[in-house]
Design a protein around this ligand. Structure first.
Ligand code: CTP
Length: 188
């Protein structure tokens, strides 16, 4: 979804910084690609570039936890712990929710849900102080992860809910960018 959104923003004349985890996709021509491999690196890269952005769209399914320890060497099975200790990663969007500096920016989040999609996504919209949230049911076969198709529910701050049909990610990107353009107009 992130690559599709980047392509659509470029087609509409935006300058695009694409902060991306590892993927087999080719970045859309014209995007400034910032490859990252960890949630911490993604957080750093987003914060570094945020002051230059009018719009932040966080489509990444960021890992919520990381292993507490890492080893430079291969861990032999005799030495391996019986359970991996995990520590939380920083929630990038939530860390930006502090007051100041973002009132004119349009901030869009995604919500990956498997149940109570609208209720859960609406809570994320509120708690992360977003302008828009794009929710998808990631338990459904054939859409979302590893697919060119998606079906989403777009929820705004006023609680308006718009459900898309199952369409290409390019088509979803058009729907999202139409909403972003309206919000940008209001925030100028
Ligand atoms: N997100 C983020 N940093 C994280 C985790 C998530 O910025 N460490 C962003 C995602 O890019 C997305 C939004 O927060 O725009 C919601 O992410 P999601 O994975 O759906 O939910 P979580 O907030 O992680 O909550 P939960 O896993 O409990 O559903």
């Amino acid at each position: 979804m992130g690559y599709a959104l980047a392509g659509e923003a470029l087609r509409r004349g935006a300058r695009v910084i694409l902060v991306s985890g590892p993927t087999s996709l080719y970045p859309p021509p014209g995007a400034e690609l910032r490859p990252v491999e960890t949630a911490a690196a993604m957080a750093r890269e987003v914060k570094k570039n945020l002051s230059r952005a009018d719009v932040l769209i966080m489509a990444a399914a960021v890992a919520d936890f990381r292993p507490a320890d890492r080893s430079e060497q291969k861990v032999k099975k005799e030495e391996a712990p019986p359970a991996l200790k995990l520590v939380p990663t920083e929630d990038i969007l939530a860390s930006l929710a502090r007051p100041g500096g973002r009132s004119k920016k349009v901030i869009v989040g995604f919500a990956a849900e498997t149940r109570d999609v609208i209720a859960n996504a609406s809570r994320k919209l509120r708690e992360k102080k977003l302008d828009l949230i794009v929710a998808n049911d990631v338990s459904r076969e054939g859409i979302g992860f590893d697919s060119d198709f998606n079906q989403v529910v777009i929820i705004d701050k006023k609680g308006a809910v718009v459900e898309s049909p199952i369409v290409s990610k390019r088509e979803i990107s058009r729907l999202v960018m139409d909403r972003v353009e309206v919000l940008l107009g209001r925030k100028k």
